[in-house]
Design a protein. Structure first.
Length: 448
């Protein structure tokens, strides 16, 4: 059931979401609203059906005493016939719209008045939102669009439909946090390109992730970005249509060394070129797994190797930024235990690493709630000071020592422990951004 698959999603809701004001007085304009079910992302959801010509939206007037401060307008949508929707604000008599693509999960044309965000939830649902300055905003609008940038079309109720749930307005998160941070990542390392290149394998992976309530795939992308952009675009579209984000992952320890930097950078360049060629099937990030401690030089020349790795991260991040792709990188949990000298300063390696990336997937390979939380403490604390996010990774492979993996405990125990970790961390760690499981092949075959 979809509701069961969303168990992990729903427990992530932050206190700020609970304080949101539901929009209970929406007026419909050339749109039917019919109850469609009670097992949506936040319970009851509706089928919105456009009819007649013109704009098709639901509107709520804003009371004068609410026209101020920074706000977030949000709702959950799912494509059931009409691909584009919009959120809008009427300010000083002018309607400002931002558009969202429910097929790919991308943001379309956006008003300069808004800070738009989109978050895949699962089973094709997206939480879309706009942050805005509420001064002089007299109404908010949630509508079905004809296409990107066009709110006007001739609607047919049997074709032009979307599912819709839980519209609300909340105070905008403080400290620059975006609304998308409310529902953290539930990631999965996938160390094979088969699901990209083989449709049967793709279906198997998709079903597994939906059943487990996972919302982000870290896919081994070396072969696809070099040899098959079309199949990669089909893979990303398929997963995005079901609410699963895709990060293009590349990994090899030797890339940390300067003589091998060109190998990784050529892959980053290919990922950038792919993103330009397929703007409607973009990945959400470039994801690196370069475990520099595995090269032989690490034992005697740790500073030398670490500095080369950090130089590589800086260059890769710069190249990815050309098309707006964030750089994510995997980091061992024990890199907080020693210092590295760089630019005349000595600091723990985890600090240099967090500074060099946009987000970190921490290989927090422990098998109890308290050890996962305790061992990630230094990384989470430092990331908070830098407004960076950290995803906590856990291990499922059957490897020694047993305390670093859930192989013996099984998947049910691991999933319970992850829920417990979530209940402990979000309130106190603004850098915490969910979990990831390493890795697909081991997770799918581990005992329950």
């Amino acid at each position: 059931m979809f509701k069961q698959a969303l168990l992990f999603v729903l427990i992530f809701l932050s206190p700020s979401m609970l304080l949101a004001a539901p929009l209970n007085n929406l007026k419909s304009f050339q749109i039917e609203s019919v109850v469609a079910g009670d097992d949506g992302p936040i319970g009851r959801y509706y089928s919105l059906r456009a009819y007649n010509s013109g704009a098709h939206d639901r509107v709520q007037d804003i009371a004068p005493d609410q026209r101020g401060g920074s706000k977030v307008l949000s709702a959950y949508f799912k494509d059931t016939g009409r691909r584009w929707v919009y959120l809008a604000t009427r300010k000083s008599g002018v309607i400002h719209r931002s558009y969202f693509d429910l097929l790919s999960g991308n943001i379309g044309q956006a008003s300069a008045e808004h800070n738009p965000e989109v978050m895949p939830i699962g089973d094709g649902w997206y939480r879309i939102s706009i942050g805005y300055n509420a001064e002089n905003v007299t109404s908010v609008h949630l509508g079905i669009a004809g296409q990107n940038g066009s709110p006007y079309f001739s609607g047919q109720t049997n074709l032009d439909r979307v599912y819709f749930s839980a519209p609300d307005i909340s105070d905008r998160p403080a400290s620059g946090a975006s609304p998308s941070a409310i529902i953290p990542q539930k990631g999965l390392w996938v160390w094979r390109a088969d699901p990209v290149l083989d449709i049967e394998k793709r279906t198997e992976l998709l079903s597994f992730m939906l059943n487990k309530g996972l919302n982000t795939a870290y896919i081994d992308a070396r072969i696809p970005v070099l040899n098959n952009h079309y199949m990669l675009s089909e893979f990303i579209r398929t997963f995005q249509s079901r609410g699963i984000a895709v990060e293009l992952m590349f990994g090899k320890p030797e890339w940390a060394l300067r003589d091998h930097h060109h190998e990784l950078l050529s892959l980053v360049d290919q990922a950038v070129e792919y993103s330009r060629r397929y703007p409607d099937a973009r990945p959400t990030a470039i994801h690196l797994d370069i475990e520099a401690h595995l090269v032989s030089q690490w034992q005697d020349q740790r500073d030398w190797v670490a500095n080369q790795l950090l130089d590589l991260l800086a260059e890769a991040r710069s190249r990815a930024a050309v098309v707006g792709l964030p750089l994510v990188a995997d980091m061992p949990v024990w890199w907080d235990s020693f210092a590295v000298s760089r630019y005349g300063a000595s600091r723990p390696l985890h600090q240099w690493f967090i500074d060099a990336t946009d987000r970190v997937a921490l290989m927090d390979y422990r098998d109890t709630e308290q050890r996962i939380i305790n061992d990630a403490d230094e990384e989470l604390r430092y990331a908070s000071t830098q407004n960076k996010q950290v995803v906590l990774g856990v291990e499922t492979m059957c490897i020694p020592p047993t305390l670093i993996t859930f192989c013996e405990e099984g998947s049910a125990n691991m999933e319970y422990v992850l829920q417990r970790v979530h209940s402990q961390l979000p309130a106190n760690n603004r850098s915490y951004n969910g979990f990831a499981v390493h890795h697909y092949e081991a997770y799918r075959t581990m005992r329950r």
